[in-house]
Design a binder for this molecule. Structure first.
Ligand code: GLV
Length: 334
């Protein structure tokens, strides 16, 4: 009997997705959420043909060098800064991600952070739950900043940035963006968005949303000098990646009233948070959940499974994985 190909799944995943994988492959799925060391990753990946992993699993040359068996790594995320794609390409391993299926859900969540932080919904809820609402409340308590009619700034205008921008029309907002390249005119028109320089974006935005991918060049793209350009009444939202914002500089700006509020879903060094953020009331914090709706997390898991099955030559899309990052490696496969 021919041995079945194997896939390792680095974290618990929807059982029906695992069942679909097991129609074609032997599935080794982790039953509990845990951190894997580079040595463990190296060992697990050496014994399988495919892997479905998450952002918490960094895969670099040290993890895959000398691996003769692994064909495909499917990331359970659109961002892939946990993967050293050139190293995977050198090793002949296909890398895949989960683009598009999460655009609208992440855009919804960016707005949830923007509205929640601007109107201080999280701090008000904490105050209420702590039993502070006795009798009267001052008319000038809990004043937030408006969202409607203001200027929305978007840094990084890919598909998620565009989905965030389109929602601006419903709030009667002016939309500015900064991006490596200008969007085609019909897309700009649809998003009602105007390209400006980065400094101008920082100066003019009442609400600034970060959606750019993380890269070494983008490390601390928003640090003390950039925060100093922003309005004192501005709200900053990060649904992109930790490390794009200098969290210590942001905490100082929020503490000193140089920025009104922030909504953060991602952190430098997560799951650890900068301790200064935890002590502040004008920041809404969440544990990297922007894509976490039932429908979207299922769609991401399905897409990761499709990537694996197709790369290994199974199922309706055999040989044509839907979201390859380095498809050129497939030409080198025997
Ligand atoms: C989440 O951060 C993703 O990149 O999908």
């Amino acid at each position: 009997m021919i041995a079945r190909q194997k896939v390792w799944v680095s974290r618990p995943l929807f059982p029906d997705v695992l069942a679909r994988l097991s129609e074609y492959l032997e599935v080794q799925a982790e039953a509990v959420e845990r951190k894997h060391t580079p040595e463990q990753l190296r060992e697990y990946l050496a014994g399988v043909d495919a892997a479905i992993i998450s952002l918490a699993d960094p895969v670099d040359a040290g993890v895959v060098d000398g691996n003769r068996r692994l064909r495909v790594i499917a990331n359970l995320a659109v961002g892939y800064n946990n993967l050293d794609v050139p190293a995977l390409t050198r090793a002949g391993i296909l890398a895949c991600n989960t683009p598009d299926v999460l655009n609208e859900t992440v855009a919804d969540y960016a707005w949830a952070l923007m509205l929640g932080a601007a109107r201080r919904a999280n701090a008000a809820e904490r105050w209420l739950r702590a039993g502070h609402w006795h009798g009267g409340m001052r008319f000038d308590d809990w004043l937030g900043v408006d969202v409607h009619g203001k200027t929305l700034g978007i840094l990084g205008m890919g598909r998620i940035g565009q989905a965030i921008a389109r929602r601006g029309a419903g709030f009667d907002m002016r939309v500015l963006y900064h991006n490596r390249s200008r969007l085609p005119e019909p897309v700009e028109r649809e998003c009602r968005a105007t390209l400006v320089g980065k400094d101008e974006l920082l100066r003019r935005a009442d609400h600034l949303v970060l959606v750019l991918p993380y890269s070494r060049e983008n490390h601390h793209a928003i640090g003390a000098p950039e925060l100093a350009l922003m309005k004192r009444s501005a709200v900053l939202v990060n649904v992109a990646r930790g490390g794009i914002v200098d969290d210590a500089a942001l905490a100082a700006a929020l503490r000193e009233g140089r920025l009104a509020a922030a909504g953060l879903d991602v952190f430098e060094g997560e799951p650890a948070l900068h301790p200064d953020l935890l002590g502040l009331d004008n920041v809404l914090l969440s544990p990297h959940i922007a894509s976490a709706s039932e429908d979207t997390r299922r769609a991401m898991a399905d897409l990761a499974a499709d990537n694996v099955l197709a790369a290994l030559g199974h199922g309706p899309r055999a040989g044509q994985p839907p979201a390859p990052l380095n498809p050129e490696v497939m030409k080198r496969w025997p």
